[in-house]
Design a protein around this ligand. Structure first.
Ligand code: 13P
Ligand code: SF4
Length: 359
């Protein structure tokens, strides 16, 4: 390294450190910020030499979230962003189903995820075989799958949706004359969406596991599945009421993967991107976010004047797998690549494209 390059690197690193200290010093000690700044600097250098773009989900930890992604957002926004890049490599700082969606939309590109351990309890909740069985049980009924599913499940579906557009996708199908719609696999997002669009929600028995009393699925209905997000399932009505007793003027903002009973107690429900916009745009003395707790840190870093309350026992163990260390290693070694069979990519693309056309 020449002396000028060395001085250039030192200055750039100093600038990054100073910016991170400014944004993050209420969230972590300075020595940790300085260590993370070095990692972030290396990642940003490698990004340009390898012509890579980094997409970062809103649940990424603050030191990563504020430094290396070219774009941050919710599942919908990042899926769209993945189609708008001419980079050769897309590195997805999020969980596996998100990276798979980027691969389905960009089959010719190299799509990387920093850790193969970054799963999702919702994506694990249903298999392609179970979707095929439902299609036999309800012939001709369109299948909407939440984007939090693996590619082979999407390949069996008619439409995808995210937490940011589930109601629009279901309304689109209703406007086309469908009275019964299969909605998989998140039971709570299904129930919350059914409430929004005015359809009854029913849970049929998965084949071979009959309910004691079989629900009536002959009339208009959103036909759901018993998948749950292991994070949002932990919030309770009692949590919200306890916070409201202590802070009567709090604005409670929830993700629609929370139960309908919790959602009924809140001031606003929306995707992670919509929650962030709500806190930014609406003035309240305090905010309580019912979602993955790191997002509260990211919002606090971006809105230092706003008072965020914490229910911070609830960290998504899968999102937690994505670190600056693994991101750097992933870019250096061009590991771990998302590989999907060509026929799955082709069939899974259709429901995603249909969703992107609606909204
Ligand atoms: P968003 O699409 O709202 O970002 O949600 C993704 C997710 O996994 C929420 O738990
Ligand atoms: Fe999946 Fe829940 Fe984690 Fe989101 S928060 S990635 S839905 S387990």
């Amino acid at each position: 390294m020449t002396e000028t390059t060395f001085t250039g690197k030192k200055a750039a690193l100093e600038e990054l450190r100073a910016r991170m200290r400014d944004q993050l010093s209420k969230l972590m000690p300075e020595f940790e910020i300085d260590q993370k700044a070095e990692l972030a600097y290396e990642i940003n250098q490698l990004k340009s030499t390898q012509n890579a773009v980094i997409l970062g989900h809103n649940y990424m930890e603050p030191a990563l979230y504020t430094t290396v992604p070219d774009y941050t957002g919710d599942s919908l926004e990042l899926a769209r962003r993945s189609t708008q890049t001419d980079a050769d490599i897309i590195l997805f700082c999020g969980v596996k189903f998100m990276a798979e969606t980027a691969k389905i939309l960009n089959p010719e590109k190299t799509v990387l995820i920093p850790s193969l351990k970054a799963g999702c309890s919702l994506a694990e909740a249903i298999t392609a075989e179970e979707v095929r069985e439902l299609k036999v049980q309800f012939p001709g009924v369109p299948v909407v799958t939440y984007v939090n599913t693996y590619a082979d499940v999407k390949a069996e579906s008619d439409y995808c949706c995210t937490s940011g557009n589930a109601d629009k996708v279901v309304r689109h199908l209703m406007a086309e004359g469908h009275e019964r719609i299969i909605f998989l696999p998140d039971e709570y997002l299904g129930r919350n969406t059914a409430d929004e669009v005015g359809l009854p929600f029913v849970l049929p028995s998965p084949s071979g596991k009959p309910h004691e009393t079989e629900p009536d699925v002959s009339g208009p209905a959103l036909i759901g599945w018993q998948g749950r997000c292991e994070v949002h399932d932990k919030f309770s009505v009692e949590d919200v009421r306890a916070i409201r007793r202590q802070f009567p003027d709090v604005a409670v903002v929830a993700h629609p993967e929370c139960s309908p009973e919790v959602v009924a107690e809140t001031d606003y429900t929306g995707s992670t991107k919509q929650m962030i916009a709500y806190v930014k745009d609406v003035d309240a003395p305090h905010y309580l976010l019912l979602t993955e707790c790191t997002m509260g840190d990211n919002i606090a870093a971006e809105n230092p004047e706003k008072e965020m309350l914490r229910l911070c026992s609830v960290r998504c163990p899968h999102m937690n797998e994505i670190t600056l260390e693994d991101t750097l290693e992933g870019l250096r070694k061009v590991q771990y690549q998302i590989e999907l069979p060509q026929d799955v990519i082709k069939r899974a693309r259709l429901p995603i494209d249909r969703m992107l056309e609606i909204v």
